[in-house]
Design a protein around this ligand. Structure first.
Ligand code: PEP
Length: 259
């Protein structure tokens, strides 16, 4: 089995103006140790208006945190009022883009086809997509979680080559656990992350499935991170609420120090 380095990503959502953003990045950087950096890849995903400021701080202070975005359009340019092109992000040293977050799917009507176009556009702009997928509570209760999530993964990866998928990140985020304080049990999270990996295995091959990194997201906090991260198919976390506090986010990053 491939040796996958955990990747922990902070999704700031619509929080922090650019001044608050600078402060949060600096607070986080003071806490990061050499051991953290060696053990875990870290990405942060501020709002678009903060990206230039965060880029400047990360580069000036040589902070080893990957710069990420929360979304982008799939076209390179054009009459798309209010949208941001992948190339605009890569030019600002953005390396990771969350694609298909459930809030984008549910609140902004993003379809599997749009999300697939975004995945391909992010790859074309030489960034790494973090493809998010997850089921609703109704789907889980109706025993449809596996079908829903594997369907989203298949649709999101349509037309993407094996070597690209091997370098990607897929985030399994049960919608009922996002921002609710409810976390999937480590066993359920493991089962669903394995479903994601098995879907990649069916679509591609063992090498691709064993290389792609799969995050769990949904109310990850310092207290539950160690148990979640101990699961064999969980290679990291996509963190919302807890990444807005530098200490909490750092304690998630340093999950291996707990206990
Ligand atoms: C998220 O935004 O992807 C998320 C998982 O949020 P939270 O950690 O707040 O549940």
């Amino acid at each position: 089995m491939a040796d996958r380095k955990p990747i922990i990503s902070g999704n700031w959502k619509m929080h922090n103006n650019h001044l608050e953003a600078i402060q949060l990045v600096q607070q986080l950087s003071y806490k990061l140790t050499k051991e953290d950096i060696k053990a875990v890849d870290i990405t942060i995903h501020p709002p678009f208006t903060d990206i230039r400021s965060v880029q400047t701080v990360l580069e000036a202070d040589k902070i080893p945190v990957g710069l990420g975005a929360q979304n982008c359009h799939w076209e390179e340019k054009g009459a798309f009022t209010g949208e941001i092109a992948p190339g605009m992000l890569s030019k600002l040293s953005v390396k990771f883009v969350i694609v298909g977050h459930s809030e984008r799917r549910q609140l902004f009507g993003e379809t599997d086809e749009m999300i697939n176009n975004k995945v391909k556009a992010v790859l074309k702009a030489e960034m790494t997509p973090i493809l998010a997928c997850g089921e609703t509570l109704e789907e889980r209760e109706a025993d449809e979680a596996v079908a829903k999530v594997s369907g989203q993964v298949k649709a999101g990866l349509a037309g993407v080559k094996a070597d690209q998928v091997a370098e990607m990140v897929i985030a399994y985020e049960p919608i009922w656990a996002i921002g609710t304080g409810e976390t999937a049990s480590p066993e359920d999270a493991q089962q669903m992350c394995k479903t994601v990996r098995d879907t990649v295995r069916d679509l591609y091959n063992d090498a691709t499935a064993d290389s792609v990194r799969i995050q769990y997201g949904g109310s990850v906090k310092p207290a539950n991170a160690p148990e979640l991260m101990a699961q064999p198919d969980i290679d990291g976390a996509l963190v919302g609420g807890a990444c807005l506090d530098a200490d909490d986010f750092h304690r998630v990053i340093a999950f291996r120090d707990a206990g």
